[in-house]
Ligand binder design. Sequence first.
Ligand code: ATP
Length: 216
Amino acid sequence: MHVIYGGTFDPIHHGHLRLALEISDALAVDRVDLVPCHIPPHRGSTGASSEQRLELIRLAIAGEHRLCVDDRELRRAGASYTADTLRQLRHELGQQEPLVMVVGTDAFAAFDRWQEWTDIPALAHIVVVQRPGADIPVGSEAARLLSGRHASGPDVLRSSPCGAILQLDPPLLDISATGIRQRIAHGRSPRYLTPDPVWQRIQSLCLYGACPDGNF
Ligand code: ATP
């Protein structure tokens, strides 16, 4: 089973890292691939460049063998569409291997605005992680899709290559990249919200308005 977890990771933080390990435990897989997107189609420009976000991810996951980074979206020109990534992966993995993409409820709630979203269930399973305060609106396309494809447990994902949606509600850390960027911009430290090597590198690159000689 191949599991990917996409996001902007601007910057990566302990909320992302804990979720990736919770997913690895819940699905009993020994690897989760983080897939940073290049140009996020639904948002404005990022605070750090693609290369910088990738470097911060590498620093964050160093030494954790269960977490890997897949930089294919950064190597592809133009917008990052999940459907394209899943098509590429499906081609590489073959038709039978279960492919799983992980999204939070905040991202899944707007699933019907994703490019070619109707193609996605034929390419991968989806694991939807409940984020506090971000419920899927009743009556939305996302809610309809979920009820039609609901998986009762992780075993369902192993038994077919794609098409099921599993809802998980693991313990999550209430951390957002927006909160980290805002803290830094206001001269406050984001220490303990993100791994120390990430914060050190943010400072040395003066990202998000950090000054290199600020407080660690
Ligand atoms: P931003 O604040 O810039 O929107 P973010 O912290 O929400 O960023 P993203 O890169 O946008 O992070 O999120 C990537 C994925 O990680 C999404 O599916 C999102 O739901 C999930 N996610 C983000 N923060 C957390 C967290 N603290 N715990 C669990 N999942 C998270």
